[in-house]
Design a protein around this ligand. Structure first.
Ligand code: ADP
Length: 226
């Protein structure tokens, strides 16, 4: 499944809900790249400046990361792509990979208003330790500035600052939004969901309705009995 939409459309939140429901992994290229930066490795050093500026990182690099990740055994039964593909070149690589593995794709396009996105992202806070996302407007922590789960002080992601958000939105408009026609023309299942006003759970219900969600793997890690 490809979760598609501009920054702040709720791809990360929906991915996490879908992971629980479907028992398949979330593959977030943004999270993978941030991990490399945190580790201070070669990939991290290559991408850091571009990510901080809100610009996309090179296709070849993310394509390689995704290809290696999809080869892991936990992705065998399916996966949720969050933040990939983001350019036509990445889309081509993904479709080739899926065809080679006789895998089907379902693309969910989360459609949101520009102003809603700006308000959402500027209110976003994250726990640097466990990754839990909060929002000052829609999902504040119980104690201001502190993670409910582990008491860690919350942080603003470096690229969630206002001038960088505009750059990310520009990148989306220029490089990523043309993928909608690309998916449509390639004959993949493409669904649009209005994610501007609905709550995260209402959006999730709509996605489940489209997919007729059944857990792929139950919580004990085994496939459910037919
Ligand atoms: P958001 O969807 O909220 O913008 P992400 O965490 O998905 O946030 O991405 C953060 C940044 O990581 C992007 O602005 C870009 O620099 C980089 N990035 C993530 N995924 C890709 C990708 N598929 N191709 C190129 N750059 C990417």
């Amino acid at each position: 499944m490809v979760l598609f939409g501009p920054p702040g459309s709720g791809k990360g939140t929906q991915s996490k809900l879908l992971v629980e429901r479907l028992g398949i992994p979330q593959i977030s290229t943004g999270d993978m790249l941030r991990e490399h930066i945190q580790n201070g490795d070669g990939i991290g050093r290559t991408v850091e400046a571009r990510m901080k500026a809100g610009l996309l990182v090179p296709d070849a690099l993310v394509n390689e990361l995704v290809e290696a990740r999809l080869a892991q055994p936990d992705a065998e039964r399916g996966f949720i792509l969050d933040g990939y593909p983001r350019t036509i070149a990445q889309g081509g690589v993904l479709l080739e990979l899926l065809d080679r593995n006789h895998a089907e794709a379902v693309v969910i396009h989360l459609v949101v208003d520009y102003n809603v996105v700006i308000a959402r992202i500027t209110g976003r806070r994250q726990c640097p330790k466990c990754g839990t996302l909060y929002n000052l407007h829609s999902r504040p922590p119980k104690v201001a500035g502190i993670c409910d789960l582990d008491g860690e002080p919350l942080v603003i992601r470096e690229d969630d600052r206002e001038q960088v958000i505009r750059e990310r939105m520009d990148e989306y408009r220029r490089q990523t939004s043309p993928l909608i026609d690309f998916f449509r023309e390639s004959g993949r299942r493409l669904y649009e969901i209005d994610a501007s006003r609905a709550t995260p759970l209402a959006v999730f219900d709509q996605i489940c309705g489209l997919l007729d969600c059944e857990p792929v793997i139950s919580h004990d890690g085994h496939a459910p009995q037919p």
